[in-house]
Design a protein around this ligand. Structure first.
Ligand code: NM2
Length: 524
């Protein structure tokens, strides 16, 4: 009989009580809850806008320095450690882990929102507004965002593969800076903060994804849209997920997630072919140009005098969302990155992650602009009158053979969300378990508890309703993680300096030093 993985009560219970307690309190007191949520969102995004903007930019510069500088070739593992996956599947897996159902939602909705509420005081629904529509989406899903995702992977993977720590946890990766404090309550607080980030970040995804699925299902089956349909979808899904965890079927979900990549690619190719191919390519080129030209302006934009709220409502929210899920991503990507170098890791995430996102924005965003500006479908009007899910479903159903496309879309969204739920519940359960040996799984019931925790947050977000509740879930969870990310970064720098400082970087080198080195090599 195998040893049962032991529950870490000091992590499990506080996280459990706060998440379920807060969700139930919000569901029962919707009015007070809405006020609280709005206050928290406004405070955080308006007071800390500078922090999220400057921080995200610095993370991007820092990672470029690591990748291209003297530590770039440091390998995650010993000389014999080989990568577990081929490079292509490694990139596909990490992309799917970090990007969920929200990409399709936003690649259609973001351009429309920016068209109606453009940045920099531009008049709405104009040609100038259209120039920023896809551009801003690409920025929020672009290289600085992916840099934020990549940051925690460095210390977590380094301490696991190079320093051979046996625990894959955010708190252990803070040991170089915090010392033995990570074994006490400080470490528990760090892990609990990471769990809040996962639940809060995916709470946003659920808040967006469930109504979208409900809208698609209602269109396909002719059932009217309601909060009950939303709850039914969430319930079916939690049931399927709970069942799959219980019976060990969850491996099946992994296979489905591979199929998902093909489905997603298939949809992009389809829209590209049946849609206005050359217009889409043209929008892509133009948007990349506007983005590259204005990257710095967008990276530091806070609009303190005009107070339009654009950078707070969009950019700061986005950075917070990426921050909330960054440690989860770090834990996940670390697990699949044995044998890679730091440079490979950073480039794979930042370059391919960005290109993957941009493909969606170029194709779906371009197609949406085409529908709107050629007066084929009043998508903007649908968005403002009926909301995001209705606008997205309208875009999908404007395609030829829309019934088939809608079924594929439903499937895609369903599995995308299920895989998110699967890996996040798994990560939370692992952190609430004392010690997991290689290949050991956290207890089934433990995993189901975290799937339910996610569902609880999802219900709370849905019952409060509106974009503010959806955004607050990530924003509130992200703030404490800022401290964790700073500690993780310092830990990484400390470790790599101690281990590789002298080897990678002689402080100064002269020709004499170089000749001495050459001679000693030839003498050998
Ligand atoms: N990010 C990448 O639902 C999702 O797609 C989760 C969202 C942080 C904007 C990830």
């Amino acid at each position: 009989m195998a040893r049962k993985p032991e529950l870490d009560h000091k992590v499990f219970w506080p996280a459990f009580i706060v998440i379920f307690g807060l969700s139930i309190a919000l569901i029962l007191n919707r009015e007070a809850g809405t006020k609280m949520v709005n206050a928290a969102l406004t405070w955080t995004t308006f007071k800390l806008d500078w922090l999220f903007q400057i921080g995200t930019f610095m993370v991007f510069v820092f990672l470029l320095w690591v990748a291209l500088g003297r530590y770039g070739n440091v390998k995650l593992g010993g000389p014999d450690d080989k990568p577990e996956f081929s490079t292509v599947s490694w990139i596909a897996i990490l992309f799917c882990a970090g990007i969920g159902s929200s990409l399709i939602y936003w690649s259609i909705a973001e351009p429309l929102y920016y068209l109606q509420g453009p940045p920099f005081g531009i008049a709405k629904n104009t040609v100038q507004a259209a120039e920023w529509a896809v551009t801003y989406g690409m920025f929020h899903w672009g290289f600085s965002a992916w840099a934020m995702y990549t940051l925690p992977t460095l210390p977590i993977a380094y301490i696991y593969y190079v320093r051979k720590d046996t625990q894959l946890r955010a708190s252990t990766a803070c040991r170089p800076i915090l010392g033995n404090m990570v074994d006490g309550w400080v470490g528990k607080v760090i892990d609990i903060t990471v769990m809040f980030g996962i639940v809060g970040g995916f709470g946003t995804s659920l808040g967006l994804g469930v109504p979208l699925l409900a809208e698609a299902a209602s269109k396909l089956l002719g059932i009217p849209q309601s909060i009950w349909l939303n709850l039914a979808i969430l319930a079916i899904w939690t049931l399927i997920f709970g069942f799959s965890v219980y019976t060990g079927l969850y491996k099946g979900i992994k296979i489905l997630s591979d199929i998902n990549v093909y489905l997603a690619l298939g949809m992009i190719v389809l829209v590209m072919i049946v849609g206005p191919t050359f217009f889409i390519l043209s929008v892509f080129s133009d948007s990349v140009g506007v983005l590259l030209q204005n990257f710095l302006r967008m990276s530091f934009y806070t609009d303190p005098i005009g107070k339009s709220g654009f950078p707070q409502g969009w950019t700061v929210f986005y950075w917070a969302w990426w921050v909330a899920l960054a440690p989860y991503m770090g834990l996940f990507v670390a697990r699949i990155s044995r044998g890679r170098t730091l440079k490979q890791l950073i480039i794979a995430e930042i370059l391919w992650g960005t290109l993957g996102d941009w493909a969606f924005f170029g194709v779906f965003g371009g197609y949406t602009l085409h529908l709107e500006f050629n007066k084929i479908l009043p998508v903007g009007q649908i968005l403002s009158e009926q909301g995001g899910p209705a606008a997205i479903v309208a875009v999908i159903t404007s395609l030829p053979m829309w019934q088939v496309v809608l079924v594929l879309f439903l499937l895609l969204e369903f599995v995308f969300l299920a895989t998110c739920l699967d890996s996040s519940a798994y990560t939370c359960a692992s952190m609430a378990t004392k010690h997991l040996a290689d290949g050991e799984q956290p207890a089934r019931w433990n995993r189901i508890v975290w799937a339910l925790a996610l569902a609880a947050v999802g219900i709370a977000v849905l019952s409060l309703g509106g974009m503010n509740a959806i955004q607050t879930s990530s924003v509130v969870a992200a703030v404490p993680l800022v401290f964790v990310l700073i500690i993780l970064t310092l830990s990484f720098l400390k470790m790599i300096r101690e281990d590789y400082g002298a080897a990678c970087a002689p402080k100064e080198i002269t020709l004499d030093d170089a000749n001495t080195q050459k001679n000693s090599v030839s003498a050998k």
